[in-house]
Design a protein around this ligand. Sequence first.
Ligand code: PGA
Length: 261
Amino acid sequence: MSDAKLVIGNWKMNGSWAKLCDFADAALRDRPTCEAALCVPFPLLPAAQSALQATPLRWGAQDCSAHAEGAYTGEVSAGMIAEFGARYVILGHSERRTAHSETDGQITEKVQRALAAGLTPIVCVGETSAERDGNQTPTVLRRQLLQLVRTLGRDMVRIIVAYEPVWAVGRGDAATPGLIDDTHAFIGETLAIHAGLATHSLRLLYGGSVSARNASAILSLRRVAGVLVGGASLHAADFVDICRAAARCADEASPVSSVDA
Ligand code: PGA
């Protein structure tokens, strides 16, 4: 696994052609040396391809269909996303698990479609505040991960897992570095045990109120391979600042608080 840290912007249902051009200008000026991408709404994929292809930024989508093609009105296949040069697709975001009742089984099917189309899936997992308060975090994470592991096995190395505690998404208040580190250790161990993989071969991101202000503290955690950024990814200056933090932190390692990888 590369030591470069990854910064993924999740634009959700925001953005425009003009905003993509702002980001292209900012990326050409600043030339981020980390790996960075914007996951945009479907209609902006061709615009992302044209605006970003000459920049260091890559692009992706925020969902794909569990089906390859056919009579699925309103759905978009992984193959269609790949046609626009996308590298990533976010799957199983908490907003889709909640608003669209997506199950772990459906998310696993989407992951398989994404991999078959040559995309890198970024699969979001995380507990709600009620689950956290009920000490259910390990149970919830295990359930969200194990269906994937059973289906993908050692192909888990081809996906990226983003730990996004639902209570930290869009709130302005990220999880503490200590909690992120402990939870990443748990996710890494769970995947290592059940998929038979070395923890260092897995890429684990953190998401939930990441900002230019807290990015360094989060990205300097050794187990954190990168960040998934919502609100702050809509402002080119903030996104560039987070990319700078990722580049700075790439070779640093902060002390780990529990079981080492
Ligand atoms: P946020 O969103 O950074 O605005 O909390 C993160 C996400 O939903 O992926």
